[in-house]
Ligand binder design. Structure first.
Ligand SMILES: N[C@@H](CCC(=O)N[C@@H](CS)C(=O)NCC(=O)O)C(=O)O
Length: 206
């Protein structure tokens, strides 16, 4: 049995969708950010990083979205969520997921969590002001170069699609018009039609 610790609206959505697409048997447990549950002693004992997602497995806890996505894809090969037997294609998947994790997510975090990088109030405001521009630049690259189409890797759907869907869902709140990125928008709409995505979103609203 797997247990996913998540928070609605966060990057944990990608792991949640991947588990659902995999047909995994899992429990989803909400971490309540409104009461800073991610910094509670109980949660820090589970994930000392104080972040979601965290996936509890029978061999230990996995953190970091790209690691969780690769674990889910490799654990449920019949779901075909990654090119697990092709080292080059798997590296392409990891490169895309790493870009989302290390560059796009960090750009997004500058908008609301600037305190991670500085205590200077003016610098925090400057990071917040710059964030829509850096997010737009990231999505320009995704639109023109990284998103092969129709799915991230090309013809085959993969866990990278769940991850892109998650971050593309942040564009409006980040002050970026998704209409600037027709391929990304089309991808987002097709993702929303997938039964697994609908099932996860229904549980988050309930
Ligand atoms: N690199 C991590 C980032 C995890 C992360 O920053 N999660 C955010 C939600 S999107 C979080 O838990 N934030 C809580 C906080 O900063 O207190 C990953 O990709 O899983």
């Amino acid at each position: 049995m797997l247990t996913l610790f998540y928070s609605p609206g966060s990057c944990s959505l990608a792991s949640h969708i991947a588990l659902e697409e995999a047909g995994a048997s899992y429990e989803a447990r909400r971490v309540d950010f409104s009461v800073q549950q991610q910094t509670s002693a109980d949660f820090l004992a589970l994930n000392p990083k104080g972040r979601v997602p965290a996936l509890v497995t029978d061999r230990g806890v996995i953190t970091e979205t790209p690691a969780i996505l690769a674990f889910v894809a490799q654990s449920f090969p019949s779901a075909r969520l990654a090119p697990v037997n092709d080292p080059f294609e798997f590296a392409r998947l990891q490169a895309f997921n790493s870009y989302l994790c290390a560059t796009v997510h960090v750009a997004h975090a500058h908008g609301r969590r600037g305190y991670r990088w500085t205590d200077d109030a003016a610098a925090i405001e400057a990071m917040k002001a710059k964030m829509p521009q850096t997010m737009a630049a990231c999505f320009e690259l995704i639109e023109t170069t990284l998103l092969a189409g129709p799915w991230v890797l090309g013809a085959a759907y993969s866990v990278a699609d769940a991850y892109l869907y998650t971050m593309a869902g942040w564009l409006e709140a980040d002050g970026v018009d998704p209409g600037r990125f027709p391929k990304v928008l089309d991808h987002r709409n097709r993702m929303a039609d997938r039964p697994a995505v609908g099932a996860v979103l229904a549980t988050l609203q309930g």
